[in-house]
Design a protein around this ligand. Structure first.
Ligand code: TYC
Length: 101
């Protein structure tokens, strides 16, 4: 009785391992005004005008552009806030996240 063996649920990791980082990706669409995309990039991702213009134009021309990398929670929160900013104005602006390799 009472001698059921359970394996530990946690995995031991080396103290030097960094948390995996996540990319926030801006997705192009045909409806969101360019100036509005730039405004959101400046407000949510602390970008200057020139960098925000470059990121917006890259997404516009190539379909998508990596905006920045953060820890998972921060990346997801910022992607949601950026997407919500567009939705509040009726635009289909979309930010997604994906883990770095
Ligand atoms: N393609 C949009 C337009 O021509 C501008 C735009 C750029 C929208 C980047 C989204 O992620 C985006 N008005």
């Amino acid at each position: 009785m009472n001698d059921i063996v359970t394996r530990p649920r946690t995995k031991v990791r080396l103290a030097t391992e960094r948390p995996r980082l996540y990319k926030v990706i801006l997705i192009n669409d045909d409806y969101t005004p360019r100036a509005f995309v730039v405004t959101v990039l400046k407000a949510e991702f602390r970008m200057g005008e020139e960098q925000a213009q470059r990121v917006m134009m890259t997404a516009h021309q190539r379909g998508a552009c990596v905006v920045a990398v953060y820890t998972k929670d921060v990346a997801e929160a910022k992607a949601t806030r950026g997407t919500e900013a567009g939705r509040a104005k009726g635009y289909p602006l979309l930010f997604t996240t994906e883990p770095e390799e």
